[in-house]
Design a protein around this ligand. Structure first.
Ligand SMILES: Nc1nc2c(ncn2[C@@H]2O[C@H](COP(=O)(O)OP(=O)(O)OP(=O)(O)O)[C@@H](O)[C@H]2O)c(=O)[nH]1
Ligand SMILES: [Mg+2]
Length: 296
């Protein structure tokens, strides 16, 4: 009997959803950073075994939105809990129930989809903290399973996978077995550049960044020529992104190129143009253009 199902990974920003997805898939498919609100779209990946297929959905962190981009992010994450076979609710050991989690669990109260509580980052927390958090969440909400893990160190993630397989209903092979993600190379390229910008830049600037791939083509020698617009919200941000004698932008480009070369398995010539789009995060036209639009 073949089993299959959709598993959505939800939780507050920065709890490690994308890290878990990458770890389960054994490769980097979703970008990760130490700043909240890194993931902006639902990212679907596919794991196929002998007799099962799991389709994971990584989602943007659930938070109180402050602009239209944020509203979009929260909507896609909320929509991801509908029509799936399992919800992984990720949180971290705080020793108490986080306020943001109360909102999320309130929304999930009436769903018939089974929910696992996945307590991540146990590697950087004390055993007491972990135990107390598990206890409090367990008393507050009826989870199908409760499991402490470290997505970063791969602790208990095999066990989590076994538990997930155990809940799968009988179902079809939704995707061919050699398919691992439903995103295009272009998307991974733009996300990689955004990830490096998040890494290199401080606080305020990175959240207002978007990357638009305007050209991506391969020449006769197999080298890729990629040109992107790196959009930011203010003239002052543009100055920060470029940096003194262009040093900051150069670093972003260098890190991104290294990763993209690995991804595409060929040499890459990457050109990044920094442009200002005032308040693009609140502009429906810009959002649509950049692919932040709800699928019908
Ligand atoms: N110590 C530790 N750090 C972790 C673990 N999992 C993730 N992190 C770190 O937590 C930060 C956030 O990880 P992400 O995977 O980007 O978190 P996310 O939930 O996808 O965040 P958003 O996309 O912003 O909602 C990164 O710096 C990760 O390296 C873990 O198990 N242990
Ligand atoms: Mg993420």
């Amino acid at each position: 009997m073949f089993k299959s199902g959709f598993v959505t990974i939800i939780g507050r920003p920065n709890v490690g959803k994308s890290t878990l997805l990458n770890h389960l898939m054994g490769q980097k498919l979703s970008i990760v950073s130490n700043k909240p609100q890194t993931t902006r779209n639902n990212i679907q990946t596919i794991m196929t075994g002998e007799d099962y297929q799991l389709i994971f959905v990584d989602t943007p962190g659930l938070h109180k939105p402050r602009h239209k981009l944020g509203e979009y992010m929260v909507t896609v994450a909320q929509n991801s809990t509908k029509g799936v076979d399992l919800i992984l609710f990720l949180t971290t050991p705080q020793g108490h129930i986080e306020k943001g989690d109360i909102h999320i669990l309130e929304e999930l109260k009436n769903t018939s989809v089974p929910i696992f509580l996945v307590l991540n980052k146990v590697d950087e927390n004390t055993a007491e903290n972990v135990a107390e958090t598990l206890k409090q969440y367990g008393e507050y909400f009826k989870f199908k399973e409760i499991i402490p893990i470290s997505a970063l160190k791969g602790k208990n993630t095999d066990k989590l996978l076994e538990l997930m397989k155990g809940t799968l209903p009988e179902g079809p092979k939704y995707y061919p077995e050699d398919m691992i993600a439903d995103v295009q190379e272009k998307f991974i390229v733009s996300e990689t550049i955004r990830e490096k910008a998040l890494r290199v830049l401080n606080e305020e600037v990175p959240h207002g960044i978007a990357v638009d791939v305007i050209q991506m083509k391969q020449d006769a020698k197999g080298m890729y020529h990629i040109e992107v617009d790196l959009l930011c919200e203010k003239d002052s941000h543009k100055g920060i992104i470029i940096g003194k004698s262009g040093q900051t932008l150069k670093r972003i480009g260098q890190y991104a190129r290294e990763d993209i070369e690995k991804l595409l398995e060929s040499r890459v010539n990457l050109k990044i143009w920094v442009k200002v789009r005032k308040e693009w995060r609140d502009n429906p036209n810009y959002l649509k253009e950049l692919g932040y639009k709800l699928k019908k």
